[in-house]
Design a protein around this ligand. Structure first.
Ligand code: TXA
Ligand code: MG
Length: 528
């Protein structure tokens, strides 16, 4: 069969693809997560041909794609209220909801299960295609079964050229990993496959959500999976994959000791060193750039395939990295080298966010030593000779007889961002080294650091937490705690990054508007 390449930007081409689908054909379509291989979900024969083209095991059900919430009525036995709340919050977008199927859904779609997974993609081309085809579309990822999912047209071609009727080109997938699969027949609802919509985000809407243990640990011997997809070695290149897990600085150290004949997927901070060590290296983005990890993971696995053993510097596992680590664990068949022996929790956020409170609670409940980065910085500035020398050399006006005047130093850098940068570049390495020794001496730590990210101390952590709250609340907290005027408190806050900075870089975000409950986080960290 000749596979037609159609242009998603061209309305006539989208209509052509819709006609192919209406005639029972197969079309690879772009979605925001990964490319999907679509067929009319209500046409049993068409659905069966998806399994053939992909070489997909018959017992692995497909996800049905819709463009309007109204289509749920036809696909599900009934529409539960919590589904509507989730749809309101996350559709169109990367969330698949599994619920009891109606008689209209062919068994071929659900592989005989009495439930069906449905999602509404946000990619404009996918939505237009579903609308024009006039029917819900069943679509698994458009790869050969077992291979990494396709995030570009070239990946789809690599796997399915000649096996399907057409590919609708919609550019690179923005998210990069497949949707979150959530089972709504369970109470609380249960994540069967993590994706961009995290457990925390779902819990915020419904009050509670869980993640199936098979997601992080793999299936136990003889266990029946809740989602058939869980049992296959998945997303996998043909070469063996090993994950290096733990704090980024530790995984980097271990990687540089590993066999250089292998190829490696490495965070940008360590790229230069890795290039000198390994035969082939692909960049995974900065160690705390979650969005890049998700976007790059599948393309990277494809690129490294065929060149022998593949070593992967794995992102941390909790919170928004859950989806990426889940795919990597499956690609590696759960083969893993643990590089950090301890639990190191990094806590950060703006002034008055409540990070100190959370850090102390975590330190108590997890029996971990407490490292107060601000206090250590101040102490070192008056006691550490090397640090004092570095600072007084660079800021001679703020030093006398080798002693630093913290007030005049503060005033000088507050006025001039360049000077602030210079001071931080001098002092961060000292504080980071202090944190490193502290972790070793105490067998782990909770690190309370307003500049956790900027100081790169986050690279010593096995999990990072960002605390945030409404600006008005932090303002009140600062005024009360530090006894300063509103004007000074405002000035201090305006010099700090806003929430989106922490959201993009921390693994877990905690809202402290109504106070802080450390228990859910403690539970997760103990499970680790
Ligand atoms: O982002 C996505 O979800 C992409 C795009 C194309 O939409 N699709 C996708 O489909 O990833 P697929 O077939 O590669 O993965 C579907 C996963 C499988 O792990 C399957 O076992 C699970 O969803 N699944 C589907 N229906 C289910 C059901 N009724 N009960 C439990 N698990 C189900
Ligand atoms: Mg798939």
């Amino acid at each position: 069969m000749k596979t037609l390449i159609l242009n998603g930007k061209n309305r006539d081409d989208v209509a052509k693809a819709a006609l192919i689908l209406m005639g029972g054909g197969l079309c690879a379509m772009p979605t925001e997560t990964v490319y999907g291989l679509a067929a009319d979900a209500l046409d049993e024969e068409a659905v069966k041909s998806i399994f053939e083209a992909k070489g997909r095991p018959q017992d692995n059900p497909l996800i049905v794609h819709i463009w309007s919430v109204k289509q749920l009525d036809k696909l599900w036995e009934s529409v539960p209220e919590k589904a509507l709340r989730l749809a309101e919050a996350f559709w169109p977008g990367p969330l698949t909801m599994v619920y009891k199927k109606s008689a209209a859904v062919p068994d071929a779609v659900t592989a005989g299960l009495d439930t069906v997974g449905v999602r509404m993609p946000s990619h404009e081309v996918a939505r237009d295609l579903i609308m024009l085809a006039g029917t819900p579309l069943a679509a698994p990822s458009a790869n050969l079964s077992g291979k990494p999912s396709p995030t570009r047209v070239s990946h789809v071609k690599e796997d399915l050229d000649g096996r399907i009727n057409c590919i609708l080109d919609g550019g690179s997938a923005g998210v990069g990993v497949e949707s979150t699969v959530l089972d709504l027949t369970q109470d609380p609802p249960r994540i069967l496959r993590p994706g961009a919509i995290s457990e925390e985000m779902i819990a915020e809407v419904l009050g509670a959500a869980e993640t199936d243990p098979a997601v992080t640990e793999g299936l136990k011997e003889g266990e029946t999976p809740r989602s058939p997809g869980m049992k296959y070695r998945h997303y996998a290149p043909s070469c063996p994959v090993t994950l290096f897990t733990g704090a980024p600085d530790d995984t980097a150290k271990e990687l540089m000791k590993a066999d250089g004949k292998a190829s490696a997927l490495v965070f940008d901070e360590y790229l230069k060193e890795a290039k000198e060590h390994f035969k082939k290296v692909v960049s995974f983005g900065e160690s705390n750039d979650h969005a890049e990890h998700t976007k790059r993971v599948f393309a990277a696995l494809r690129e490294l395939d065929g060149k022998g053993e593949i070593y992967v510097q794995a992102p941390r596992e909790l919170g928004c990295e859950a989806a990426v680590t889940n795919r990597l664990k499956r690609a590696a068949g759960f083969s893993e080298k643990k590089c950090t022996e301890y639990t190191v929790v990094g806590v950060t956020g703006r002034s008055g966010s409540g990070k100190g409170f959370l850090s102390q609670a975590l330190s108590e409940k997890l029996s971990l030593a407490y490292f107060d980065a601000d206090a250590v910085y101040k102490k070192m500035l008056s006691e550490n000779l090397d640090m004092k020398k570095a600072v007084s050399d660079a800021f001679p006006d703020c030093a006398e007889n080798g002693e630093i005047d913290r007030v005049s130093l503060g005033a000088e850098v507050f006025r001039d961002p360049e000077k602030k940068k210079l001071l931080e570049s001098l002092t961060h390495p000292f504080v980071k080294r202090a944190a490193e020794s502290f972790i070793k001496e105490n067998g782990g730590a909770v690190i309370d650091a307003p500049l956790l990210i900027e100081s790169t101390i986050d690279r010593l952590c096995t999990v990072t937490v960002g605390v945030f709250c409404d600006d008005k609340i932090s303002l009140e907290r600062i005024i009360k705690r530090d006894g300063i005027t509103e004007e000074r408190a405002l000035l201090r806050l305006s010099a700090q990054p806003d929430v989106s900075f922490y959201r993009g870089k921390c693994d877990i975000m905690i809202n402290s508007d109504k106070g802080i409950n450390a228990d859910p986080l403690v539970k997760k960290l103990i499970k680790e």
